[in-house]
Design a protein around this ligand. Structure first.
Ligand code: HEM
Length: 440
C-alpha cells in the first residue's frame, strides 16, 4: 500500500527552486550544469543538500531505524575503562543485542526485493528521498555495529576483519552500487549529509545520555558539514554561471559571478571559523565521543592481501573538492579513494568543473580582473587550509588512553614502533601542509 502513497516527487519546492531551474536550463548546453543537474535530481532527490525522508521509510526498512534508536542510548559510556575484558564485554553485549533484534525483525528477502526493484528503475517501491534515508540508516547501523561502544576502545581498533550480521550486509552492495561507491564503510554523504530531515534535525545521534558538553560538541560538529553544503549550493550555481558566461565570451558577466563566489565563500568559511573552536566543540570530548563512530579500519583478505577501508574525513566534502576543481587545482584524493568514498555523481560534477575551469584560459592583459578575483578565492582557501591545520591538531592531540591514535579518515596511525603522537601524526600533518602549498 505504501507504494501507492508515494509517487516520486518531480516538483521542485525549495528555496533553491529558481537556481535549480536555471541549472536545468543550461544542462543541455553545458557539462557542468548537466552534472550538477544530475546530482540534484538523482542523489539530491530534487534539491541540494540532498533531501531525505527519514520519517517515511518503506516498511521493510523501518526495523533498522527502530533498532538503531532503541540501542544507541546504550552505546556511549560516561566512564570509559581501560579494562580490556570489561570493554570486550560491552562490545559483545551491544553487538549481541543488535544481531538479535535484526534477526527477529528484518525480513531480508523483502529488503532485497525492494532494493532490486529500485535498481531496476521501479520508483513505485520507494522515492529517492526515502532511498536516501535508507542509505543513511543502514550506514549508521553498520558503524554502530563496527564500534559497539563509545568511546572507541583498543579491542575494536585491533580487529582487522569483522563479520556483520546478514541484515547489515545484504542491502549494502545495492546501496553502494546505486551511489557508485565501493567501500564497506560509510562516507560523509551517507553518515553525515543525509543524516538530517527536512526540518534540519539530525536523526541518528551518537551520544544520547551523555553530558550537554558532549551532545553540543556532536551537534555542532556534524551541523557544520550540512551548513557547508547549504552555503555551497548557491556557489555551485554561480560556478555554472561564471563558466557559461565566459564560454559565451561575456567576460564582464563572468566577472560579476566570480565576485559573487568570493563574497559567498567568505560567508561559507565563517561556518568553519565560528564553530571549530573549543567553546563550540570541546576539545576535551571530541576525540573520545564525536570522532570515533565515523572511523572504520577493518577490511578483508583479497588474494592473500589485506584490504582495509577507512572511515570519514573532511576530505570527502563535496564543496572543497568543487572549489579546488574550479581553481584548476589537482585532486587531493587518489583515484582509489575517490571510487571508494565519493558518490559517482559528486565525482562527475568535480570532473566537469575541472574540465571547464576557465582559469588557465585567462589572458594576462585582457583578463586581469578575472585573474585577480581568482586569486582572492585562492587566498580564502589558503587561510582556510592554514586554519584547519592549526585547529585540527589540538583535537587529535587530546589524551584518549582507552584507544590507539586514530583519525576517522585514515584509521589507526599507531604501530608498536610509533613514538608518541608527533610521530604518528606527522604524515597527516605533512599532507595538510602539502595541500596548503599547492593551493596557488
Ligand atoms: C576536529 C575536527 C577536525 C580534525 C581533527 C580534522 C583533521 C583532518 C586531517 C588529519 C586531515 C588530513 C588527513 C585526511 O585527509 O583525512 C583532514 C583533511 C581535511 N579536512 Fe579536516 N579535520 C577536522 C574538521 C574538518 C572540518 C569541519 C572540515 C570542513 C568543514 C574539514 C575539511 C577537511 C578537508 C577539506 C580536508 C582535505 C585536505 C584539504 O582539502 O586541505 N575538516 N582533516
Amino acid at each position: 500500500l505504501w507504494a501507492l502513497r508515494r509517487p516520486e516527487k518531480t516538483q521542485i519546492n525549495s528555496k533553491n527552486s529558481d537556481k535549480i531551474r536555471d541549472i536545468n536550463k543550461y544542462a543541455s548546453r553545458n557539462e557542468v550544469a548537466s552534472a550538477l543537474s544530475r546530482l540534484i535530481s538523482e542523489d539530491g532527490a530534487g534539491d541540494w543538500p540532498p533531501r531525505c525522508a527519514h520519517h517515511d521509510l518503506p516498511s521493510c526498512f523501518q526495523p533498522y531505524q527502530d533498532i538503531y534508536l532503541e540501542l544507541i542510548p546504550n552505546m556511549s559510556t560516561a566512564h570509559p575503562t581501560l579494562d580490556d575484558e570489561a570493554n570486550g564485554n560491552r562490545m559483545a553485549e551491544f553487538r549481541g543485542s543488535m544481531s538479535k533484534l535484526l534477526a527477529q525483525r528484518v525480513n531480508i528477502p523483502e529488503v532485497e526485493a525492494a532494493l532490486k526493484r529500485f535498481e531496476a528503475g521501479d520508483r513505485s517501491a520507494f522515492t529517492r528521498e526515502a532511498y536516501n534515508a535508507v542509505y543513511c540508516c543502514i550506514a549508521v547501523c553498520r558503524h554502530a555495529y563496527r564500534w559497539a561502544t563509545i568511546p572507541v576502545v583498543k579491542q575494536a581498533q585491533n580487529e582487522m576483519v569483522l563479520d556483520f550480521p546478514r541484515e547489515l550486509d545484504a542491502p549494502w552492495p545495492y546501496l553502494q552500487r546505486h551511489f557508485g561507491l565501493t567501500a564497506e564503510s560509510g562516507n560523509n554523504t551517507a553518515n553525515v549529509l543525509l543524516n538530517f530531515d527536512e526540518s534540519g534535525d539530525r536523526i541518528y545521534k551518537i551520544n544520547i545520555n551523555m553530558s550537554d558538553l558532549i551532545k553540543q560538541a556532536e551537534d555542532v560538529f556534524f551541523r557544520m558539514f550540512l551548513d557547508v553544503e547549504v552555503s555551497g549550493f548557491p556557489i555551485y550555481h554561480e560556478m555554472v554561471l561564471t563558466i557559461v558566461a565566459f564560454e559565451q565570451g561575456r567576460k564582464e558577466a563572468s566577472l560579476k559571478h566570480l565576485e559573487s563566489i568570493t563574497g559567498q565563500l567568505r560567508e561559507l568559511l565563517a561556518i568553519f571559523y565560528n564553530n571549530m573552536k573549543d567553546t563550540r566543540i570541546s576539545r576535551t570530548v571530541w576525540l573520545s565521543y564525536v570522532q570515533g563512530f565515523q572511523g572504520w579500519g577493518v577490511g578483508r583478505m583479497v588474494n592473500g592481501e589485506f584490504d582495509k577501508f577507512d572511515g570519514l574525513s573532511g576530505n570527502h566534502v563535496l564543496f572543497f573538492q568543487a572549489v579546488d576543481a574550479f581553481l584548476g587545482l589537482g585532486r587531493y584524493l587518489p583515484d582509489e579513494n575517490m571510487d571508494r568514498y565519493i558518490p559517482v555523481n559528486q565525482r562527475n560534477l568535480c570532473q566537469a568543473i575541472k574540465k571547464h575551469s576557465i582559469r588557465d584560459k585567462l589572458n594576462d592583459s585582457e583578463d586581469s580582473a578575472l585573474k585577480q578575483e581568482f586569486l582572492k578565492i585562492v587566498n580564502h582557501m589558503k587561510v582556510f587550509r592554514a586554519a584547519h591545520r592549526t585547529r585540527a591538531r589540538p583535537y587529535l592531540e587530546h589524551p584518549a588512553p582507552e584507544r590507539l591514535i586514530m583519525t576517522a579518515g585514515k584509521s589507526v596511525l599507531e604501530t608498536p614502533q610509533t613514538k608518541g603522537f608527533e610521530d604518528a601524526y606527522k604524515p597527516l600533518d605533512d599532507m595538510l601542509a602539502q595541500r596548503l602549498e599547492v593551493t596557488v
